[in-house]
Design a protein around this ligand. Structure first.
Ligand SMILES: NC(=O)c1ccc[n+]([C@@H]2O[C@H](COP(=O)([O-])OP(=O)(O)OC[C@H]3O[C@@H](n4cnc5c(N)ncnc54)[C@H](O)[C@@H]3O)[C@@H](O)[C@H]2O)c1
Length: 427
């Protein structure tokens, strides 16, 4: 097929490459002209190795054409961002992506929205786009196929994950299924548009609630005098319990954002979802409270080095990362803050790829992201750089024995914290 993919970000680029590798002729359109120029030169500056490889292979094959404008095609696949503003969905990119392909769509074409959206969006935006152009929705095929891959494993999960394919009519879903079936090896589940839209955000709301529960256990661990990590590990030995992990907060483009698409449908009927959001949004404040207890400013400037800026390990993605909230809160409280992250360049905060620049003369290290390169740091080397051998581990990621042996005083969020440094005090 001739396919135009709209939006070549974390999702669109690997999807376009996968479609091209499966033999389709793919135009990849993006409003970011610099990105298009880079891709046109055959380069894909994508941190995730597998994605970089498949994208560069697809570009070299000549079946993936980056373009600063959309082209007519038999199928259009829309993968543009869907953030929130003030906790409400911002659908402007989806509307403008539909508007850009609207005039190109012909009878019998298939339009697939992959972006995560509030239930009802695909049909509403399609009507708003196509009806004024005189295009009857019965004359085209309309589908929503939410993307559910995990950054860090994008290529593997594009291939092997089950997919949900929702159609305006069954025939629309079946058309979309044939496109994904050219590369997807997981099962393809066919449903209607609004169910497909809902399933995706239900998955992420479920994870947000689960993480909030783990975070609440971390805070409660002090009152209980227990190690929340060990309690969760043992509880998870039960076959019907699966609690996620505490941490410094929840980041990324999906989990902190998507639950708000559900809550927005009826704020009065979504207390659990909203409470979970608040619990998770409070975690950076609790981490900072803890840091301030460990290293009070006391009139002198203190330096805090964040280990990691990405929102999760081994990716370059720092969208909605709790590291930024932690940095800003500490800066407001008068600390000098620098984050060490060799993967992240675009952060919005003060990030460096040089460990020495970050850790030198630091009064406190806070582990925010458990990148492999950070877990593998040599505590002896780090110890020679810092002013105080003090580490606050928000992810229980560091090898305590090694860091203790190197003279570090290590505090782990969720492990009944000591010496007056309290999480719960800030709750
Ligand atoms: N990143 C993830 O892990 C992930 C996982 C599952 C689902 N999703 C969903 O997939 C969608 C895309 O997310 P992403 O992470 O790929 O976003 P992204 O920000 O990485 O990429 C989006 C791309 O779309 C381009 N763009 C924006 N508006 C455009 C327009 N009108 N026309 C053409 N191009 C446009 C941007 O320039 C950018 O390159 C979102 O709805 C997101 O929630 C993301």
């Amino acid at each position: 097929m001739k396919i135009t993919v709209v939006g070549l970000g974390y999702i669109g680029l690997p999807t376009a490459a996968m479609l091209a590798e499966s033999g389709h002729e793919v135009v990849g359109y993006d409003v970011d002209k610099r990105l298009i120029a880079t891709l046109a030169s055959g380069r894909a500056d994508f941190a995730e190795h597998g994605v970089r490889e498949i994208a560069q292979r697809a570009l070299a094959s000549g079946r993936l054409h980056p373009s600063p404008m959309p082209y007519p095609a038999e199928a259009f696949v829309i993968c543009v961002p869907t953030p929130t503003i003030d906790h409400r969905p911002d659908l402007r990119a989806v509307e403008s992506a539909f508007a850009s392909v609207g005039p190109l769509v012909q009878e019998g074409n298939l339009v697939i929205l992959e972006s995560t959206v509030p239930p009802g969006t695909t049909a509403a935006v399609a009507k708003k786009t196509f009806l004024p152009l005189g295009i009857d929705l019965d004359g085209i095929h309309l589908a929503h196929c939410p993307e559910r891959v995990l950054p860090g494993k994008i290529v593997e999960e594009l291939l092997w994950n089950d997919r949900i394919v929702g159609g305006r009519r069954t025939i629309d879903a079946e058309m979309a299924r044939t496109v994904y079936a050219t590369f997807a090896r997981g099962e393809i589940h066919v449903t209607d548009l609004v169910t497909a839209e809902t399933v995706k955000i239900v998955e992420n709301a479920y994870r947000d609630v689960n993480i909030a529960f783990a975070n609440e256990l971390a805070v409660l661990s002090e009152a209980l005098g227990i190690d929340a990590w060990e309690a969760i590990r043992l509880a998870n030995c039960h076959p019907r319990v699966d609690i996620l992990s505490p941490g410094p907060g929840v980041g990324g483009h999906c989990i902190p954002v998507d639950p708000q698409f559900l809550a927005d449908a009826n704020p009065f009927a979504s207390e659990l979802i909203q409470t979970a959001r608040r619990v998770n949004e409070r975690m950076p404040h609790l981490v900072v409270r803890l840091a301030r207890n460990l290293v009070p400013t006391g009139g002198t400037r203190r330096k805090v080095a964040l280990l990691g800026a990405a929102y999760k390990p081994d990716v370059d993605d720092a969208r909605e990362t709790p590291a930024l909230a932690i940095e800003r809160l500490l800066s407001d409280a008068g600390y000098d803050v620098v984050a060490y992250d060799p993967l992240v360049t675009n952060y919005g905060g003060n990030v460096v790829a040089d460990l020495e620049a970050a850790a030198r003369d630091a009064d406190l290290l806070i582990l925010v992201t458990d990148h492999a390169v950070i877990r593998d740091l040599d505590p002896e080397r780090v110890g020679r750089l810092v002013r105080s051998r003090l580490l606050l581990d928000t992810r229980n990621a560091m090898d305590l024995d090694r860091w203790n042996a190197a003279g570090f005083d290590v505090h782990v969020v969720g492990r009944g914290l000591a010496r007056g440094a309290s999480l719960a005090g800030a709750a």
